[in-house]
Every structure is written in structure tokens, then in C-alpha cells.
Design a protein around this ligand. Structure first.
Ligand code: NAD
Length: 494
């Protein structure tokens, strides 16, 4: 197996790569030299046998982060900015290698992976600048005999748990913000995609990030790592992105020690399409909003509520656009959808389609598996349709794959009411030719992010997060840094 000069795995280069834990600024094997395989979902090939952290290894990473905490939090802001900016620059120089690794681990088209890699750099860069703008207040003479100041202090050691669908970008959102705030981090990446996380940590460290400030502990046993994060008093905050079930488990167990928990969970994003929308443009933007990353995105458009006067036209345009998508080898430039992350994900999607059809939905486009490179994790993008009031129960679930549910509604009021009828509140979309109407409906939809007449893009300035069961707290933007700060009020008697 090949490794590059910077230690990155050569994507697709074969077996036997030793990829080690990253603790205290050093690479090291896991206790007992335990390892687990990481696969390329497009070929089934083993990319590497990665060190498999035990609970003791995770505790060692917490020790390293705890030891580095005092010095990093007191590093002058300007110096922290320079270190993080240099880290972003180093990642920029290696952006193509990062993209190859992302594509190899996730199966997403290289073109999309390059977009994610560039975004990762952009977010690290933004967070480096935020180091220079941490908040504070001064209240001179708050009483006749007292001045007061409010200082923002880093919360301390952050345990960051990231999912596989955006293995670099999710790291940037958490790690960039936490480091800017002056926290130190133990990062536990998803077991499907540890190589990208290790790549980022090594690059930041080589660019000057001090030992122990960022530690990475891949493991095939996330529950044990989670237990260390929950029960080690030196961990001050758990920042988690992933499924609702695991988020709920972490929140429940963190209650015992009142540990700060930030949660970015699932979504079931609705789309409202009104009679005055440009239907051809709506269809093409919906394709972006649903089928990017083969539909494996938390903000992906899940359910479309279209008013009946334009439903037929929308379905015709959508059918054409979806059938034109190329499914196949992620390394080809003209590929739109690679494989799903694994066969279990394919089976989940197939079951959801079957249940929807059994519950009265119609499969109007796509569905079914395609075989590439002897791997059957490729799914034909699909469209399911149903009438408002007769929606299959499966439409109220998150569909984490390339399937769009389209429901025909009587009018705007019914569309908004059905759109909000969900336990989730991560993202929502509205399509209309009337800007005022778009804004009014955006305000009426209960979601942390709403796009009017487009797909959502990820911008570092914009806070992101869920309402209702989609999460707690915000990532990105200033708010994303503030989640890793604690305010301290100091009163100074004169
Ligand atoms: P998952 O919850 O199974 O895994 C996410 C992470 O949690 C992984 O790193 C995993 O190893 C870890 N984990 C699993 N069990 C754990 C435990 N007991 N203790 C501690 N950590 C544990 O989620 P998934 O299926 O891999 O990812 C898909 C889900 O993530 C979807 O629901 C999707 O919507 C959500 N997601 C949300 C966002 C967002 O920003 N809101 C972004 C991406 C994905």
C-alpha cells in the first residue's frame, strides 16, 4: 500500500497500510496492535488497516488533550490565529490528496469530494480569523463602587464525534471552531472514514499545531469511546453529529455529569413548491438538493409538497432530470452518483422504497441496484409519489439515500402544514416566483436553515443546526465558535 510524503494513504492503493492513532502529536498503534479494515465502497477494496483504539487509548487521548489545554487556551489570540491559518494553508496545498481520500473512503464522485475538500479549507480559514474576534464585554461603573468585565473562556476538552458522509467537512465544522475558541480536542471519526480525519490532523500538526491540541482515535467500537467521553470528568463537552438514536443516548447519559452536549442530528427536510414557481428551475435545483452525495446528506430534500396545479409538470421535469443522472465509478468526471456507503445502507433504502409502495406510494422513476466493479452498493436514483392526506408512513422518516418523495397538495396552506408535520427541523426549502411569499413561508417553516428557490450551500459565516429533534446548538458562523466558550463575569470592587 502506498503512502505519500505527508503520510496520506494513496487512494485505492491496496492493502496493508498501517494507519495509526494520533495522540499527543505522535502516531502510535492501538493497544495490542488492534486494527480494523477501511473499505472503498465503490470497489470493495481494503484501503487500509487502521489502528483500532480501545477505551484505554481513548483515555490516553483525553489525557493528551487535557495536558495541552492550559497552554493552548492561554496562547495569545494572534498566535493561535497564525497556527490555524498555517494549518488551513497546509490543507489547501494538499487539497487534491484530501479529495482523493474523501472519495476513496465514501465513494462520492471525485468532483464532489474536491468541493468538500475546498470547503474544509475555507472553514478552517474562517475559524482561524474568528480567533481574533472572540467576544468580551466591559461594564465600567456597573455600580458606583464596581467595574465588571465579561470574559469568554474556552469550555476545555472537547470530544468530537463525526459521521462518514462528509468526513472532512464535518471535522472542519467541529475542530476548527473548537480550536479557535481555545479548546483542545479528541476526535473520534466514523469507522467508515477515519483516514481523512487522520490526514487533517497530521497536516495541522505539521503546520505548527502543538502536541495534544488535536488527537484522533479511530475505533471499530464507538460505544466504548463514547463511554470514555461520557464518564471521564476531564472531557468538558461532547460535540456529536450523527443519528438521532445515538444523539439521544449521549444526551441521556451526559445528564449524569451535566456535561455540555452539542447535537447535529438527522433531518426529514420538506420542500414546498407553489403554483408560481419556475418549474424547470425547481426540478433542476431539487435534483441538487436531493441527490448530492447520493442523497446521504442531513439537509437533503426528502419530501416535496407541490400544489396540484403544477404537480404534473414538476413530476415530468423531475423524471427527466433524475433519469439523466449518471450512477457509477466515482473517479469518472461525468459521474453524478457513486455508491452508497455500504450494503446495509442499500438494504435500508430498498426496504424504505418497498414499504412506501406497499403503503400506497407509486415508484415513478428509478429504484433498484446497479452493479459496478463487482460491488452492488449503487442505487438508481428514485422518485416516489403520493397524494396529500394519503402519505405512506415511511415519508415521515429520514431517507438517507437517493430517493425523493413527492406529495400533491390542494394549496399552500396544506403544503406548509404537512411540511411542518415532522419531529425534525434541520432544513426546509420553498420554491415560488414571489420573493415576499418565499420569505413569509421561510418564516413559517420550523427548520434551522431554509432555502428559497435553491439548494442550501455551506457558508462559514452562516450558523447551522436543527430545531426540534434535529439537534441542540449551532455549528459554523460566530455561533458555532461561541458554543465552545463559557462566559465568566468578573466584578472588580474599586
Ligand atoms: P451514527 O449515529 O451511527 O454515527 C455517527 C457517529 O457516531 C460515528 O462516528 C459513530 O462511530 C458514532 N457512534 C455510534 N455509536 C456510538 C456510541 N454508542 N457512542 C458514541 N459514538 C457513537 O450515524 P450514521 O448513520 O453514521 O450517520 C447518518 C446520520 O447522521 C443521519 O441521521 C444524518 O442525518 C446524520 N447527520 C447529521 C448531520 C447534521 O449536521 N445535522 C450531518 C451529517 C449526518
Amino acid at each position: 500500500m502506498g503512502t505519500k510524503a505527508n503520510g496520506a494513504v494513496e487512494a485505492g492503493a491496496g492493502e496493508n497500510a498501517a494507519q495509526e492513532l494520533f495522540i499527543g502529536g505522535r502516531t502510535r498503534p492501538a493497544s495490542g496492535d488492534r486494527r480494523f479494515p477501511v473499505h472503498d465502497p465503490a470497489t470493495g477494496e481494503v484501503l487500509a488497516h487502521v489502528a483500532d483504539a480501545t477505551g484505554d487509548d481513548v483515555a490516553a487521548a483525553v489525557s493528551a488533550a487535557h495536558a495541552a489545554r492550559e497552554s493552548w487556551s492561554h496562547t495569545p489570540a494572534w498566535q493561535r490565529y497564525e497556527v490555524l491559518r498555517d494549518g488551513a494553508d497546509a490543507l489547501r496545498r494538499d487539497v487534491s490528496a484530501m479529495a482523493e481520500l474523501i472519495s476513496a473512503e465514501t465513494g462520492k464522485p471525485v468532483r464532489e469530494a474536491l468541493g468538500e475538500a475546498h470547503n474544509t479549507v475555507r472553514f478552517f480559514e474562517w475559524f482561524s480569523h474568528e480567533t481574533l474576534r472572540l467576544p468580551g464585554e466591559a461594564w465600567p461603573e456597573i455600580t458606583p463602587t464596581r467595574d465588571a468585565i465579561v470574559v469568554a473562556e474556552p469550555v476545555g476538552v472537547v470530544a468530537a464525534i463525526t459521521p462518514w458522509n462528509f468526513p472532512a467537512f464535518m471535522v472542519a465544522c467541529k475542530v476548527g471552531a473548537a480550536l479557535a475558541a481555545g479548546c483542545t480536542v479528541v476526535l473520534k471519526p466514523a469507522e467508515q472514514t477515519p483516514l481523512t480525519a487522520l490526514f487533517i490532523a497530521r497536516a495541522l500538526h505539521a503546520a505548527g499545531l502543538p502536541d495534544g491540541v488535536l488527537n484522533v482515535v479511530p475505533t471499530s467500537d464507538p460505544a466504548s469511546a463514547g463511554q470514555v467521553f461520557l464518564h471521564d470528568a476531564r472531557v468538558d463537552c461532547i460535540s456529536f453529529t450523527g443519528s438521532r438514536a445515538i444523539g439521544e443516548l449521549l444526551m441521556r447519559e451526559a445528564a449524569a455529569s451535566i456535561k455540555r452536549v452539542l447535537l447535529e442530528l438527522g433531518g426529514n427536510s420538506p420542500v414546498v413548491v407553489l403554483d408560481d414557481a419556475d418549474i424547470a428551475a425547481t426540478a433542476s435545483r431539487l435534483v441538487q438538493a436531493r441527490y448530492l452525495n447520493a442523497g446521504q446528506a442531513c439537509v437533503a430534500a426528502n419530501r416535496v409538497y407541490v400544489v396540484e396545479s403544477v404537480a404534473e409538470a414538476l413530476l415530468a421535469e423531475l423524471g427527466m432530470a433524475v433519469r439523466a443522472l449518471n450512477v457509477g465509478d466515482p473517479r469518472r468526471d461525468d459521474t453524478n452518483l457513486g455508491p452508497l456507503i455500504d450494503l446495509a445502507a442499500v438494504e435500508r433504502i430498498e426496504t424504505q422504497i418497498d414499504r412506501a409502495v406497499a403503503q400506497g406510494a407509486e415508484l415513478t422513476t428509478g429504484g433498484g441496484r446497479l452493479k459496478e466493479n463487482a460491488v452492488s452498493a449503487f442505487v438508481r436514483p428514485a422518485v416516489l409519489t403520493a397524494q396529500g392526506g394519503q402519505e405512506p408512513a415511511v415519508f415521515s422518516e429520514e431517507i438517507f439515500g437517493p430517493v425523493l418523495a413527492v406529495v400533491t397538495c390542494r394549496d399552500e396552506a396544506e403544503a406548509i402544514s404537512l411540511a411542518n408535520d415532522t419531529e425534525y427541523g434541520l432544513a426546509a426549502y420553498v420554491f415560488t416566483g414571489d420573493a415576499d411569499r418565499g420569505l413569509r413561508i421561510a418564516r413559517a417553516l420550523r427548520a434551522g436553515s431554509v432555502a428559497v428557490n435553491g439548494a442550501l450551500t455551506s457558508e462559514p459565516q452562516l450558523p447551522f443546526g436543527g430545531m426540534k429533534a434535529s439537534g441542540l446548538g449551532r455549528e459554523r458562523g460566530r455561533a458555532g465558535v461561541e458554543e465552545f466558550l463559557e462566559l465568566k463575569t468578573i466584578q472588580l470592587a474599586k
